[in-house]
Design a protein around this ligand. Sequence first.
Ligand SMILES: Cc1cc2nc3c(=O)[nH]c(=O)nc-3n(C[C@H](O)[C@H](O)[C@H](O)COP(=O)(O)OP(=O)(O)OC[C@H]3O[C@@H](n4cnc5c(N)ncnc54)[C@H](O)[C@@H]3O)c2cc1C
Length: 319
Amino acid sequence: MASSFEVAVVGAGSSGLSAALTLGRSLRKTVVLDNGTYNNHAAATSNGFLTRDNVPPPALREAGLKDLERYETVEVRKASLEAVQPKDDDSGFVLQLADGSSLEAAKIIFATGARDVLPEIDGLEALWGKRAFHCVYCDGYEVRNEPIGFVMGKGMPPPVAAMFIAQTANWSDKLTVFADGLEVDDGTQALFKASGYEFYPSPISSMSEDGDGVAVKTETGDEIKLKGVFVASSSEPACKSILEDLGCEVTADPMSGSFVKVDDQQKTSVPGVFACGDVQTPFHTVGIAAAAGFKAAAFVNFELCVGKMFKIKAEAGLA
Ligand SMILES: Cc1cc2nc3c(=O)[nH]c(=O)nc-3n(C[C@H](O)[C@H](O)[C@H](O)COP(=O)(O)OP(=O)(O)OC[C@H]3O[C@@H](n4cnc5c(N)ncnc54)[C@H](O)[C@@H]3O)c2cc1C
């Protein structure tokens, strides 16, 4: 018979580990599934999370797993989720795993993270997390006051991009803006000039490592050497098809990608299914993911407690 849990947390990144910690502290029989595909694997350090600033991402995960060790109701399994079916009696879900086994859980928390969708620039993927970054709060400090770049994204209107570029300039006034072929109106170009940015309208032909920096080549033959480059990228949920097959609503935003829709209690559109972290927000940072994990777990626990209360009420024949 398939093993049975009150809660299955899918994903042992910052959001899933945080959810599991709160569920352990709530005495919930919990299984945490993780298949070891880490979106931030290329980053040398993870920055900006209280007490865990400037640590390698594996150290952050190991610390999170260690925190779980003292909670005997929490089990962590290396396993890959392949599909989820609601049980016929509405008492929960059957989770099918890649090794052919299955397990049951009354509630599920998707903490499966996101897959970054990068502009098609030769060499960019290899530099992602090393010289090319998604977030100034994660990596801006490390390249402060150095020559840096900003690649405008195709889904972002130039006046909106201008605001993110102004934010990036907080870390360095030696800023080069790449339109990467995006049409930029005269007013925005004039603003870039008045702000002191270098501006290259041409598509980028390649990016490559250059010492401890990055060389950006444009299709018009320019080569610009920078310490790092911030890229307006988008993302989509990991496990998107599993979530969609289950009936969870996924919303799309032309600027930042697609996300599982959740309410302010981290509930998806499917009763009993919650989501937290990068899978449901464009704000990809450890702190936000961990906070959402805590919240998802607290509302899962609340729902289980209230469910029990209504059962007692019904069994006692109370109105
Ligand atoms: C290159 C890079 C650098 C970054 N640097 C920083 C930084 O310096 N500071 C910062 O705050 N944030 C940083 N971030 C963002 C941060 O890493 C994320 O916001 C955070 O990890 C999100 O946590 P999460 O739990 O939502 O997802 P993740 O950490 O991505 O965890 C998702 C987990 O789900 C598991 N999983 C997925 N699918 C399945 C499945 N089918 N079955 C089982 N398990 C599954 C994966 O194995 C993974 O462990 C960076 C991101 C990237 C890409």
